[in-house]
Design a binder for this molecule. Structure first.
Ligand SMILES: N[C@@H](CCC(=O)N[C@@H](CS)C(=O)NCC(=O)O)C(=O)O
Length: 205
């Protein structure tokens, strides 16, 4: 039977979008299985057998099950090497991974806190905690300062061009209009716009 890649998806999730962007970059067909995290479907025994953390995304391919969005991106890049989304030199690969780690920690952390206060709390009838919003805004500003330094005059985070390292940043940036986040550095703003205009990002929704 032909292999079908299965992506356990939730349309609004910036973490799943990272994987959808890689799938689009590689031109891979896949089947989406929607896990409605607003209804707790991530905690059913069937889904916990796929991802014991009870989170999306998860991916199944040729008998392999992978979870954690960054690990899935790497898995896809290893398994479907064209076009390559990491450079070949170990030092450059390590640099890409450091930048992905930064995206998965301070950058994602600040944006997720803003989303919690400004989107999810109001949806549940609560109001934002201004102290949390203010701290998250300060933390995100520090991320933008660092990204401006990292980019310098480059079009992408790595001098070699577009790579996995750019993907988490653009994925989360699609929440900025909703969160009223203004990017304080023209170079960072131009980079995010360049990424948002890529066909893979547009296709990933
Ligand atoms: N580190 C994980 C985090 C995954 C994660 O938190 N996903 C969210 C959606 S964006 C989720 O499934 N939330 C449901 C829950 O926490 O119950 C990854 O990058 O895959």
């Amino acid at each position: 039977m032909p292999n079908t890649i299965k992506l356990y998806d939730f349309p609004m999730s910036p973490r799943v979008r990272k994987v959808r962007i890689v799938l689009a970059e590689k031109g891979l067909a896949y089947e989406k299985v929607n896990i409605d995290i607003t209804k707790g479907e991530q905690n059913t025994p069937d889904y916990l057998a796929i991802n014991p953390y009870g989170k999306v995304p998860a991916l199944q391919d040729n008998g392999t099950t992978v979870y954690e969005s960054t690990i899935i991106m790497e898995y896809l890049n290893d398994t479907y090497p064209n076009p390559p989304l990491l450079p070949s030199a170990p030092g450059q690969r390590a640099r890409a991974r450091v930048l992905m780690h930064y995206a998965d920690n301070p950058y994602e952390g600040a944006i997720a806190r803003l989303a919690g206060e400004l989107i999810f709390k109001p949806m549940q009838g609560g109001s934002p905690d201004e102290a949390v919003v203010s701290q998250a805004t300060t933390d995100l500003r520090a991320c933008f300062d660092k990204l401006d330094q990292e980019l310098g005059e480059q079009d992408y985070l790595l001098a070699s061009g577009f790579s996995l390292a750019d993907i988490p940043y653009v994925s989360w940036s699609l929440l900025f209009p909703l969160l009223k986040v203004a990017v304080p550095h023209p170079r960072v703003e131009a980079w995010l716009t360049r990424l948002q205009e890529r066909p893979s990002v547009q296709a990933a929704g």
